[in-house]
Each structure stands twice: as structure tokens, then as C-alpha cells.
Ligand binder design. Structure first.
Ligand code: NAD
Length: 251
């Protein structure tokens, strides 16, 4: 359901908006009347997304590994206040834990977890004023382990943890914080599934994800939940995690 104007007068920040789930979510909020700021390190992708959106989005390149850049992104979005933050930027790196570089482990945590904290921290003063909403992107891998995904899975479990903690910390101030846990979604991230190398066994990856392929979701399926959780219809929902995974986790 789009075009209802549900977010008219609201200011929304969407990170990771250059492609995939972030792009679909930015398009959705703009279609519902929000004033949207889009952030990503992929400038060409951001411009492309802006061209697909209603209204005149604020386009703000940033690098999630840099907390100062995260703060600048929030400042650009919050000129007239801020109502909704959708933390969607992320990367996927995987490999056997015996050989996975510690530097890559730290990079995954920086982008997938620390930047969520940095953006949220900068946004909180504005969200407390507006009684606003944070919606984070965890993953099915944030609720269960997946072979060769120790870094990614750890980063997404951490997103679930910070979501619950911030929800408790800020509930009395009227700020809601929730997390979405997508299963397999067709996006540029999953189009570049890393090669299976050495002894890596695809069947092991699939073990905890029996619906991984045939339960596939589209970015719009995920954008629907972002819009719901950001809306007043979800006014009593905070500290919650929601799987949108075609039954992957249930399996
Ligand atoms: P995507 O690659 O299309 O989008 C990720 C975006 O994050 C990209 O536009 C990328 O440029 C941006 N990004 C990466 N590093 C950045 C950095 N350092 N600074 C700023 N921007 C950066 O992938 P997607 O599938 O749309 O992923 C969106 C989110 O959904 C991610 O957090 C991902 O972990 C999560 N997720 C995806 C799936 C899936 O199956 N696609 C499943 C579960 C969770």
C-alpha cells in the first residue's frame, strides 16, 4: 500500500540507500510524503536512488566506518528535526573462520554494528524531541548462526542487542527502537555471494537455512516493514526483532 501520505510532514533518514533494501525503503518513505535524507558511500548509486524518489531528497554521501561522517549525515538530515532513522547500510564478508582476517572481522563490525550506534547516538537528541523511531537492519544471521559467517552473524547479533538495549533505555522518553531480520533478499549484496573455497561446504551454509533460496524476499517486502514500524500503527512496538524471511528461521 503506497501513496497514503502517512509520513507527510515527517523527516526520515535512510542509510545504505544507494541500492537494495535501503533504496526500496527510501523510495517507500518518499512515496508516503516524507522528507527523506539518503546516505551511502556509493555516490552514483545515491544519485540514481534520488532520481527514483518522489519529492526532493537530501543526498548525503558518508562513510559508515567513520563516526564523524555518521554524525555529519545525521546533521544533514536533521536540519528541521528528525522523526525516523532507518539504519540499513551494511556489508557481507564471509569465509572459513580459521583463515578469515581479523581486520575483515573488525571492518564488518564497524560498518554493520558500530555505525548503527554512531548514527543512532547522533540522532537521539532529535528523536527524543520528536518522540521518533529507529529501525535497524539485523538479519536472520542475527538470530541464528550460519557457517562461514562468524563476522557477519556476530555483527547482526550485536545489532539485535543494541536495539533491545536502546529500546529499554529510551522507552520512557518516547523513542522506539526495533530491528528487522531479513532472510535472503535479492540485492547487489546477495548477487555477489562469495565463492565457496577450499573445504567450504554449501550444504553447511544451508543447514540452518532450509528456505534460504525458495523463501527469497524482495527489497519491497522489507521496505513494507520499515514503513509499518516507523508509523504510528506500531506505537506500542519497541525492542522487538522481526524476521522477514519466507520461513527460513521457522525451518
Ligand atoms: P546492498 O549491498 O544493496 O546495500 C548495502 C548498502 O550499504 C550499499 O548501498 C552500500 O554502498 C552501503 N554501504 C556499505 N558499506 C558502507 C559504508 N562504509 N558507508 C556507507 N555505506 C555503505 O545490500 P542489501 O542486501 O540491500 O543490504 C542492506 C542491509 O540489509 C544490510 O545491512 C544487510 O546486511 C542487510 N541484510 C541483507 C540481506 C539480504 O539477503 N540481502 C539479508 C539480511 C540482512
Amino acid at each position: 500500500m503506497t501513496g497514503t501520505g502517512e509520513f507527510a510532514g515527517k523527516t526520515v533518514l535512510v542509510t545504505g540507500a544507494a541500492s537494495g533494501i535501503g533504496r526500496a525503503t527510501a523510495i517507500r518513505f518518499a512515496a508516503e510524503g516524507a522528507r527523506v535524507t539518503i546516505g551511502d558511500r556509493n555516490v552514483a548509486g545515491l544519485e540514481e536512488t534520488a532520481g527514483m524518489m518522489a519529492g526532493a531528497p537530501i543526498v548525503q554521501p558518508y562513510d559508515a566506518v567513520d563516526p564523524a561522517s555518521c554524525r555529519a549525515l545525521v546533521a544533514a538530515a536533521a536540519g528541521d528535526g528528525l522523526d525516523v532513522v532507518c539504519n540499513i547500510a551494511g556489508i557481507l564478508k564471509w569465509g572459513p573462520s580459521e583463515t578469515f582476517a581479523v581486520e575483515d572481522f573488525e571492518l564488518v563490525l564497524k560498518i554493520n554494528t558500530t555505525s548503527v550506534f554512531a548514527v543512532s547516538q547522533a540522532a537521539l537528541p532529535h528523536l527524543i524531541r520528536s518522540k521518533g523511531v529507529i529501525v535497524n537492519t539485523a538479519s536472520a544471521a542475527g538470530l541464528s548462526g550460519i557457517a562461514y559467517n562468524a563476522a557477519y552473524s556476530a555483527s547482526k547479533h550485536a545489532v539485535v542487542g543494541l536495539t533491545k538495549s536502546m529500546a529499554v533505555e529510551f522507552a520512557a522518553k518516547g523513542v522506539r527502537v526495533n530491528a528487522i531480520c531479513p532472510g535472503h533478499v535479492e540485492t547487489p549484496m546477495t548477487a555477489q555471494v562469495p565463492p565457496m573455497e577450499g573445504d567450504m561446504d554449501w550444504a553447511l551454509v544451508m543447514r540452518n537455512a532450509p528456505k534460504l533460496l525458495d523463501g527469497s524476499c524482495s527489497p519491497d517486502d522489507i521496505a513494507d516493514l520499515f514503513a509499518f514500524l516507523a508509523s504510528d500503527r506500531a506505537r506500542k512496538i519497541t525492542g522487538a526483532t522481526f524476521a522477514v524471511d519466507g520461513g527460513q528461521l521457522a525451518g
